[in-house]
Design a protein around this ligand. Structure first.
Ligand SMILES: Cc1cc2nc3c(=O)[nH]c(=O)nc-3n(C[C@H](O)[C@H](O)[C@H](O)COP(=O)(O)O)c2cc1C
Length: 454
């Protein structure tokens, strides 16, 4: 396949899958909440399909009422364990630069990359006001504001990179037993970083990573996030914008990377999709409809209390939004992160809700109508692709050939079953079309993703 552009495929490793409701299917298991073997199997499945990596987001809040999201395994512990049962698969480690410290993270990354032989990537997320209120868990640590979170993310990434790549020369090990000198004099360096957010002396007390440059992945919706990506990242986990706007966003981002003097082909744009796959299109649609019909009445008040930043726990979903929600009281950044409207520069939550009611779902809309709007918008950012293997391969091929994306992050709606079905049915179809690898062509994740060293 040399010379031809090929897809990158990542698989999300969430214990009970991505769909909030699909765990209620009779064939689904919720045991992954408690039983790590479910996501260890996800890693095995990903490697069986010769996928690029497995990944899970960063979640530092507490959400005991969040159905299948109540528990989130620690990513590094998971990856350390899963590396031992795989040989080529990569591991994308999501880390929140607003809460975590770069010295600890550099230690974790360097340790993991040595243990797994160069199969690590770092996904930097920045979210402060996230589900489950992480500030409530990390309150005494200095937490940045919306205005300062990107400055902190920039410092964070700079410090991580300097610790990883500047602490030790490659030939640090002298091992002079007769002379009693283990480490070559002058082969280590303090990084002596002093910034607004971090003071780090160094050097790192873990050997340098196996990879020349651990790929940095980034997310976000704002202009700031795009600037950060062009300066620091090799991969963007992007929202999905549809074909025509997606092509435009893809081209603009690649141009931005090129303007930084970098090779745009080495920068990969990878949105997420949830896939609903079955042997026939009809079966897949039936399953998708069955899952949608499972949406929980009792979940709505919790969803909206979180989304709007006001307590709606005693409100019924059939009530009119404007009867139960005081628009003035809505949190400033409410709804936007859920619907993606932040991307269109709507900053005020009350104004955004007013606009959604006026232009999308009507002034008489109920909470349930608003819920469906939010769900639809989430599907727009991370589409639900429903069909048989051919239909899903068609969707992937079209978006890939149109240069909307360089790969996708696959979110199985539930376990067990869908991830294996993807590997058994869709991967061979992609190979037949010549757009996915038949063998692992590199031993490091940087090699598989084909990313640069910025
Ligand atoms: C596709 C995507 C995935 C994200 N994943 C996470 C995540 O796993 N954990 C997290 O704390 N924030 C996550 N975020 C939130 C971003 O880190 C960021 O805080 C948010 O988009 C707001 O930043 P912005 O103002 O640049 O858009 C994600 C955002 C996007 C668009």
């Amino acid at each position: 396949m040399s010379g031809r552009r090929t897809l990158r495929l990542g698989l999300a490793a969430y214990g009970t899958g991505w769909d909030l409701d699909a765990w209620r299917l009779p064939e689904a298991t919720s045991s992954g909440l408690r039983d790590p073997s479910v996501i260890l199997d996800t890693a095995r499945t990903a490697e069986r399909g010769k996928l690029d990596y497995v990944f899970a987001g960063s979640a530092l809040g507490s959400e005991p009422d969040r159905l299948n999201r109540i528990f989130r395994w620690d990513n590094f512990v998971y990856a350390g364990h899963a590396a031992a049962i795989t040989k080529n698969l990569g591991f994308v480690m999501s880390v929140n630069s607003s809460f975590e410290h770069p010295y600890s993270v550099a230690r974790q990354l360097a340790t993991l990359d040595n243990f797994n032989g160069g199969r690590t990537a770092l996904n930097v997320v920045f979210g402060i006001d996230r589900d489950g209120d992480p500030v409530g868990n990390y309150g005494k640590n200095p937490v940045p504001t919306e205005e300062t979170k990107y400055a902190r993310a920039r410092e964070f990434t700079t410090v991580v990179n300097r610790l990883l790549y500047e602490s030790w020369d490659d030939d640090f090990l002298l091992d002079d037993r007769a002379g009693g000198t283990l480490v070559r004099p002058g082969s280590w360096h303090q990084v002596d970083f002093h910034g607004e957010h971090f003071d780090v002396r160094g050097p790192l007390n873990v050997p340098p990573p196996v990879q020349r440059h651990i790929p940095v992945v980034q997310v976000g919706l704002s202009e700031e996030s795009l600037r950060y990506g062009a300066d620091f990242a090799q991969v963007r986990f992007s929202p999905y914008f549809g074909i025509s706007r997606g092509k435009e966003e893809y081209r603009r981002l690649k141009e931005r990377v090129a303007a930084n003097g970098r090779d745009p082909e080495k920068f990969k744009i990878i949105p997420g999709i949830t896939f609903y796959l079955a042997g026939t299109v009809r079966e897949a649609r039936a399953k998708f409809n069955e899952i949608n019909s499972l949406q929980l009445e009792q979940e709505l008040p919790a969803v909206f209390s979180r989304a709007l930043g006001i307590d709606l726990s005693r409100v019924r979903d059939s009530e009119r939004v404007l009867d139960v929600v005081d628009i003035e009281k809505i949190a400033d950044d409410a709804l936007g992160p859920l619907t993606g409207d932040r991307a269109r520069d709507v900053k005020n939550g009350g104004e955004l809700l007013g606009r959604i009611l006026a232009t999308q779902i009507g002034e008489d809309a109920t909470l349930r109508d608003l819920y469906h709007y939010v769900q639809r918008s989430r599907h727009e950012q991370q589409p639900a692709v429903v069909g048989d293997a051919r239909a899903i391969a068609d969707w992937l091929e079209e978006n890939f050939e149109e240069e909307v994306l360089d790969g996708v992050q696959l979110f199985p709606p539930y376990h067990r079953g869908p991830a294996d079905l993807f590997v058994d049915l869709v991967v061979p179809e992609l190979r037949r079309r010549g757009i996915f690898r038949t063998e692992y062509e590199a031993s490091t994740l940087q090699g598989l993703l084909d990313t640069d060293d910025v």
